[in-house]
Design a protein around this ligand. Structure first.
Ligand SMILES: NC(=O)c1ccc[n+]([C@@H]2O[C@H](COP(=O)([O-])OP(=O)(O)OC[C@H]3O[C@@H](n4cnc5c(N)ncnc54)[C@H](O)[C@@H]3O)[C@@H](O)[C@H]2O)c1
Length: 393
């Protein structure tokens, strides 16, 4: 995959996967929720030679139709009042759906789609609560269909490198992890308030970008089970009509509607004696609450934070270790990608559906991600540490 020839200082180029796509059978795909992120789904789906976009649904009347028109998707059926109507339309002969609804509408449509016998690519975060994630996984188990969660940073060669470094043993035994990340002024209100209202989003920075932050480290270390969580969350910026990140003319409305968190922090104990120190912000009076670090008995890895925290690697990573008694640092060059992460997210999902192989981002892993998010919310509300209890699937 990775070309080891330097094409720039500290830069490697990932050559991507040149494998051929079998076009003998077209996958019939629908999009549920035709908002902002659905645009990336449709653009990537349109690039796939083995996909036919056959339908779309949105709660807002006419939105799915204008969405399909905007992207030149011809013949897609859109006259559905809800995702349930779309899933009940047997004439579609659906193979898969992209679920691009806001967080509070992740679990319901995912369960309905799995019950309808359709493969599901579900946008991140998995759900709002742990109980919802468990219900989705029960439907997944019953259906035998592929369920993949939309974490495109997983497709990044730099993220894969973090896991390779841990698995190489270069860090020894991992005992402490800090995930630092966040934005100075970055409460997302791109096209309205679906990210910041409780009834649509349910969780704020904690779930929106916190899920990436957790995935970056938990995937690298093999997703150990979370045991206890002591969490904190706040909303000082989002609820402030003078918050400078809002459009001036909308600030009062947004501040009044803001019903989620804009900052969260936690101390999490994981199976295997590992502790995780977590913090995430949509807004703060600071450049970054820290880089991500993974500390081990043989070496520690520093992963620079990015300004717009979205779960990517912000610069060359460094391993701090000891060689023959000397304290040394090894810089890991940044790998540039030839293929877009979103395209890879869609392609790997389609391949799993077609080949009957495991989901590229399996729910069995993201369940623990969700359990931590849920634990932080519950602990913050209770004002004390809580035990994480994951129901049987
Ligand atoms: N992977 C990424 O990089 C990325 C980026 C942005 C957003 N997201 C995620 O995507 C999701 C959607 O975000 P967005 O910015 O597109 O929001 P959005 O508000 O722009 O779009 C969501 C759309 O879903 C529709 N909808 C909600 N429930 C529905 C239902 N049951 N049936 C049909 N339509 C329904 C809404 O009417 C709306 O049009 C969020 O969960 C967000 O976290 C992921």
């Amino acid at each position: 995959m990775a070309d080891k020839s330097m094409d720039g200082l500290n830069t490697f180029t990932d050559q991507g996967n040149e494998s051929k796509v079998d076009t003998s059978k077209k996958m019939r795909v629908a999009i549920i929720g035709c908002g902002w992120i659905a645009e990336n789904h449709v653009k990537s789906l349109l690039k796939q030679p083995d996909v036919e976009i056959v339908a779309g649904a949105d709660l807002i009347p006419g939105k799915a139709a204008s969405f399909m028109e905007k992207f030149g998707v011809e013949g897609a059926k859109t006259d559905y009042a809800s995702h349930k109507e779309l899933l009940a339309d047997k004439s579609l002969k659906l193979d898969a759906v992209s679920i691009c609804t806001y967080n509070r509408q992740h679990a319901g449509p995912a369960i309905d789609a799995l019950n309808a016998g359709v493969h599901v690519l579900l946008e991140k975060p998995f759900t709002v609560t742990l109980d919802e994630a468990v219900e989705v996984m029960r439907a997944e188990k019953k259906s035998g269909k592929v369920l993949s969660i939309g974490f495109q940073p997983r497709m990044d060669a730099n993220m894969k490198k973090i896991k390779e470094i841990v698995e190489s043993g270069a860090l020894g035994q991992i005992y402490y992890i800090q995930t630092g990340g966040g934005r100075r002024r970055g409460i997302p209100t791109p096209f309205g308030t679906t990210f910041i209202e409780d009834e649509t989003a349910g969780i704020g920075a904690l779930g929106d970008i916190g899920c990436y932050s957790l995935d970056m480290v938990l995937n690298a270390i093999g997703y150990p089970k979370p045991l206890t969580v002591s969490g904190y969350k706040s909303a000082f910026f989002g609820k402030d009509p003078n918050y400078s990140g809002y459009k001036k003319e909308k600030a009062a409305e947004y501040a009044q509607k803001f019903g989620v968190d804009d900052f969260a922090a936690a101390f999490v104990r994981l199976e295997g004696g590992i502790v995780l120190d977590f913090r995430i912000a949509w807004a703060m009076n600071l450049d970054t609450p820290g880089d991500t670090i993974i500390m081990g008995t043989k070496g520690s890895l520093r992963i620079p934070s990015t300004q717009c925290w979205n779960g990517t690697v912000g610069g060359p990573m460094k391993i701090y270790h000891e060689v023959a008694g000397s304290q040394v640092e090894t810089e890991i060059p940044v790998i540039t990608m030839k293929e877009g992460l979103f395209d890879l997210k869609i392609r790997t999902f389609l391949d799993a559906c077609k080949n009957g192989t495991p989901a590229p981002v399996p729910s069995s892993q993201i369940l623990y991600n969700q359990a931590i998010i849920d634990g932080i919310a519950k602990s913050a509300e209770a004002g004390r540490e809580i035990e994480v209890v994951i129901p049987e699937i």
